[in-house]
Design a binder for this molecule. Sequence first.
Ligand SMILES: Nc1nc2c(ncn2[C@@H]2O[C@H](COP(=O)(O)OP(=O)(O)O)[C@@H](O)[C@H]2O)c(=O)[nH]1
Ligand SMILES: [Mg+2]
Length: 197
Amino acid sequence: MAKNPYRQSVFLTSAAKISQIPEDSGREVAFVGRSNVGKSSVINCLTENKGLAKTSKTPGRTRLMNFFTVENGVMLVDLPGYGFARVDKSLKDQWRQNINEYFTTRKSLCGVVLIVDIRRELRDEELLMLDWCDSSGVPLHMIVNKADKLPYSHQKTALLSIKTSLKDFNATSQLFSVTKKIGVEEAISRLNTWLYD
Ligand SMILES: Nc1nc2c(ncn2[C@@H]2O[C@H](COP(=O)(O)OP(=O)(O)O)[C@@H](O)[C@H]2O)c(=O)[nH]1
Ligand SMILES: [Mg+2]
């Protein structure tokens, strides 16, 4: 088992706007994904802490950037869901601006984990994230979550198709399941490479 320093993560702070986020120092990895893909569940799974990131069955409830400290100088960031979020357009635009500013200015950002649902096609939201990471030179790792919802052979096919879509980007991908604990070690190794190498 790879070392898992993430289980010592503690909640640091929430921010509704960029002016409220912690000082830009050390290293951090951001978690992004459309509402309901299991972003909070994945964070809780990797940190082995069921209560760390709030999980919810209501899409779009997480509207804040949440910062977790792993240890001094190492942070995980849970970014607000986008896309299907049930919010009015002006709030969406405000988020988009915040997140865009975060991606283009944050020096400590050394990797982005983009979580998707294995049963859904990649769409504009994911492509936008891939473009942001590409233009800012930040590597992206796609966690293809809820693999347990498909039979094994279909999991493989879905991953292959995603890998084909990612081939022109600085991006890696893997299968994951919170409920069946698929891919946990692989994801932790990826975080370790970004945050501890
Ligand atoms: N079957 C299955 N359900 C999952 C998985 N991950 C998350 N879920 C469920 O998906 C729903 C949304 O999860 P949540 O973590 O709140 O998603 P978020 O909106 O992306 O933060 C919850 O009902 C979770 O229990 C998974 O790997 N497999
Ligand atoms: Mg959530």
